[in-house]
Design a protein around this ligand. Sequence first.
Ligand code: GLU
Length: 304
Amino acid sequence: MDYQQVLNEIYSEITPFVGKGKVADYIPALARVDANQFAMAVVTIDGKVFSVGDSATPFSIQSISKALTFTMAFAKHGDRVWERVGKEPSGNAFNSLIQLEYEQGIPRNPFINAGALVISDLILSLYDNPLESLRGFARELSANSTIDYNAEVALSEMEHGNRNAALAYFMRSFGNVTHNVDQVLNFYFHQCSLEMTAIDLARSFLFLANHGVIPNTGRRVLTQSQAKRTSALMLTTGLYNESGEFAFRVGIPAKSGVGGGIVGVIPQLLAVAAWSPALNKYGNSTAAFEALERFTTKTGVSVF
Ligand code: GLU
């Protein structure tokens, strides 16, 4: 399969979708990002890299980090994570509060904000140096030792994070957040501020396409069963309440973030990332969504 040719075609067709929607202006540091950028990258399990557009530009991975922190928690805590968080689609916005009350502070899944905050709380218990461990993990997965947090973005979120603070306090009242809320938010906003290029991002998710083993190094991160479960969760909940539409149109496990990135995996084959900052009403990148649909359509590869 000539992936470069496919990416070139997509790149030539995607212009009408780039800049459509609006950047995540509820985080002031992200409101300044130029909406007219687009990148796409494919990294195969055997290490081949294909890319187009602004694929050397790092961007804020935002909620995509939720799949990384969930992996860190699942790897250490196993099935006990399900005592704290569910595995069903929420059908509500990523930062919604309403379900939490009638479900006694147990978030529907680890990929909505409430679920990710619980996972952050768990990571604070499981790791001695949580921020260093997460950064080290992101560097290991991406094979890029320059991956880092963006302190300005983390601070900007901290200053405008009332909604996430409300979620964390509410869950603390049910005993499902155990640390001091500021500590949990500090970890959570830093994880969201991690920056990667489209190539870094695709490479970082290859372990899920490879049954839980990082192809470069051979290190097993998750068991085969855990990797399957994590990918299944991405398929059903990775794009918030647009996950059904994404599965329908694109047909692969994926995770999005309000920085405009979406990364997906095709088991046994590759990981693919697309990025463009302007978001649709669900908080998913309009152009990245479109590009990924074209990718699975043109190549005929998906999980179905
Ligand atoms: N940091 C963002 C928030 O908590 C992440 C949301 C996202 O990427 O969907 O609002």
